[in-house]
Design a protein around this ligand. Structure first.
Ligand code: COA
Length: 624
């Protein structure tokens, strides 16, 4: 199973379980949530010491020495560090989670770069077995029914509580992914969640040829439409959106957030536009029926689908066939390509992946019982009145999108030699093994190591999101340096590096990592209106936060992979789903950076994994 494994539904009094699909049984969820521990505030001294250790492989000796004095000043008894720490501890006592709201604001809603490539992850699903538009719509109908089936579990409280290393996890994110949408503002955005309102939505949005439709997916008695019914409705939508010359209004959502914030305010001055936008925002999710994309060889197919999911391919292709603010958009092409893109503010990858696993299983079920066809009304087409100003905004958005599309290099590979099985057979954490391989691949390319981010789940705590596992350590560096040096014995260094990574992981998932704590201290200083402590103005801090490798393991039972862009102009985005006997990787970089090359790093990663296995195989078992 996944690191985050499903356990049987909690034992709760049966009167709390109602089998009615649209009725929420909040108490069951709340009982679970209340039982979760609160996120701790780590000790100040511990974080400061760990921060210095993290910097050791990343900065020069002089820089480190300078930072040591700043850290010592910060920690001085009765000094600024202690004062901020007390402020954080007060905040932690008052709130359900001292970090989550700050994190939501600073990592997402105040982040002004486009959500496309810079924030929203895509997911590439296994190619479905259809090759034409009937197949595309049949698949879309099943997929919609599959998501609604999952939604029933969320609505009636029968979603199994998940566990990680034996501990129950916060389930809040499941309640945030459907019927929600990001809304742009001039300086910061917000997220609205309509599932919590008095009249939760009963429609999904379907978009085809840049035209948006409201598709009601529930009957008046609250039962969902059958696959056949949804299929018939999709046919109607298709047939009334055959024109391909429509303005790609959705592409506006791909802009820099301040730009989109301004364009949005203009757009919704018109009453019709406002209602149309609201219908999209309020819908349960979006289904994008995409136009065919350029053909790709078998080798390139997954990489091609990854960019279709991430940005749609540009203004000539499907980038206008989206509403990027929407939390969940499923994307289905005519050639069997399918996947999704999600807006990151409300949730991390794992809940999205468990929804994906459910939906993929659902779509594999043989045809459902055919229902007698009661004629359903035509799905409503959403109208937009486009002023010359909005037209200009659309043109600008198209241009910027095309620049971004040109700039992104995306490589998806299937590493087929082994998966979790090999590291496990050597009693090593597979995730740590992969991370160390990545360190080795990077070191071989650049002869230095870099600041590396791996996301760690904080969902053991109420309303927990993530912290950072710093994969680069003195141990990982020593191993990478030794690996290609014939004079060095390597296997013990490999074991040490892998072990150090797993130790950091355990610390992070228990709320004892350094990154969110340091962020908290910094935000506390801003909130207290004190001057910014020097440790946050220091070069070392900037180096530590310049993540040239931004990585994440997002596992799924489905043979799929998540993908996203780099977080710095000269860095890489690396995401992987490690299965038992193979690993799916996505590696991204920017073409505008001459020093990065995603295809090369992907190849280097494969070599590193193979070399590390060879090293273990060469070593007699007794010496391991
Ligand atoms: N010997 C043998 N087996 C081992 C082992 C060892 N020393 N260490 C771990 N394993 C096993 C585990 O028991 C597990 O077994 P399973 O496949 O039966 O479940 C498997 O190997 C995988 O463990 P590991 O590779 O160590 O990783 P993990 O599953 O614990 O995951 C993280 C590590 C960091 C990815 C996880 O804790 C996490 O936080 N995930 C969420 C990340 C996230 O939110 N990403 C989304 C960002 S959008």
């Amino acid at each position: 199973p996944n690191p985050i494994t499903a356990a049987p539904a909690m034992a709760v009094p049966s009167k709390l379980l109602k089998p009615v699909s649209l009725t929420k049984v909040a108490s069951r969820y709340l009982i679970h949530q209340d039982s979760l521990p609160k996120l701790p505030v780590p000790e100040l001294r511990q974080t400061c010491q760990r921060y210095l250790a993290v910097l050791e492989p990343l900065v020069s000796d002089e820089e480190l020495e300078h930072t040591r004095t700043l850290v010592a000043d910060f920690m001085v008894p009765g000094g600024v560090g202690e004062r901020l720490q007390k402020g954080l501890e007060r905040r932690a006592r008052k709130m359900d989670n001292w970090l989550s709201d700050w994190w939501l604001q600073s990592a997402y809603l105040e982040f002004r770069m486009p959500v496309v490539v810079y924030s929203s992850p895509g997911v590439v699903l296994p190619r479905a077995e259809f090759q034409d538009r009937q197949g595309q719509m049949r698949y879309a109908a099943k997929l919609i029914a599959g998501v609604l089936d999952f939604k029933t579990k969320i609505d009636n409280g029968t979603l199994p509580v998940e566990y990680m290393v034996g501990k129950p996890l916060c389930m809040n994110q499941y309640y945030q992914i459907l019927s929600s949408c990001r809304i742009p503002g001039p300086k910061r955005d917000m997220v609205v969640n309509h599932s919590l309102g008095k009249a939760p939505p009963t429609h999904v949005t379907v978009v085809h040829n840049y035209q948006f439709f409201v598709l009601d997916v529930y009957n008046s008695d609250g039962t969902p439409l059958t696959v056949d019914q949804i299929y018939m409705q999709l046919e109607k939508i298709w047939n009334s959106s055959l024109q391909t010359n429509k303005e790609p209004i959705g592409i506006l959502t791909s802009q820099h957030r301040n730009t989109w914030g301004k364009a949005y305010a203009n757009l919704i001055k018109d009453k019709t536009n406002k209602e149309s936008v609201r219908a999209i925002q309020k819908s349960i999710f979006i289904v994008c029926l995409d136009a065919p994309m350029p053909r790709a060889s078998d080798e390139m197919y997954r990489s091609r689908v990854a960019v279709q999911m991430l940005h749609g391919g540009g203004s000539r292709w499907n980038s206008g066939n989206r509403w990027f603010d929407k939390t969940l958009q499923f994307i289905i092409g005519e050639d069997g390509s399918c996947g999704l893109i999600y807006e990151h503010a409300p949730a991390e990858g794992p809940p999205i992946m468990s929804l994906v696993d459910h939906v993929v299983e659902y779509t594999k079920k043989s045809e459902m019982v055919r229902s007698p066809m009661i004629p359903l009304p035509m799905p409503q087409k959403l109208r937009f009145n486009i002023t010359p100003e909005t037209k200009k905004d659309i043109e600008k958005a198209k241009q910027n999108m095309n620049i971004l599309v040109q700039d992104l290099e995306m490589k998806v590979i299937v590493f087929s030699h082994f998966g979790k099985n090999v590291p496990k057979s050597y009693k090593m954490s597979p995730d740590a093994f992969i991370q160390i391989a990545l360190q080795l691949a990077y070191f071989r390319m650049y002869h230095v190591c870099c600041s590396t981010y791996e996301s760690a789940s904080l969902r053991m705590f109420r309303l927990g999101r993530t912290d950072t596992i710093r994969s680069t350590s003195m141990d990982s560096l020593r191993f990478a340096q030794a690996m290609d040096d014939p004079t060095k014995t390597k296997v013990a260094l490999l074991q040490k590096a892998v072990n150090a990574h797993r130790v950091y992981t355990d610390m992070a998932i228990r709320g004892q990592a350094i990154d969110r704590h340091l962020l908290g201290l910094k935000l506390q200083a801003i909130e207290d209106l004190t001057s910014m402590p020097e440790i946050f103005m220091d070069t070392s801090y900037a180096v530590a936060l310049h993540y040239s490798l931004s990585t994440s393991q997002v596992s799924a039972k489905t043979d799929c992979v998540m993908c996203y862009g780099p977080v710095v102009p000269d860095g890489y985005g690396v995401c992987y789903n490690s299965m038992q006997e193979h690993i799916n990787f996505s590696v991204s970089a920017f073409n505008s950076c001459a020093e990065t090359n995603a295809a090369k790093l992907a190849r280097g990663l494969e070599e590193a994994l193979l070399d590390m296995r060879a090293l273990l195989e060469q070593t007699p078992k007794a010496k391991l």
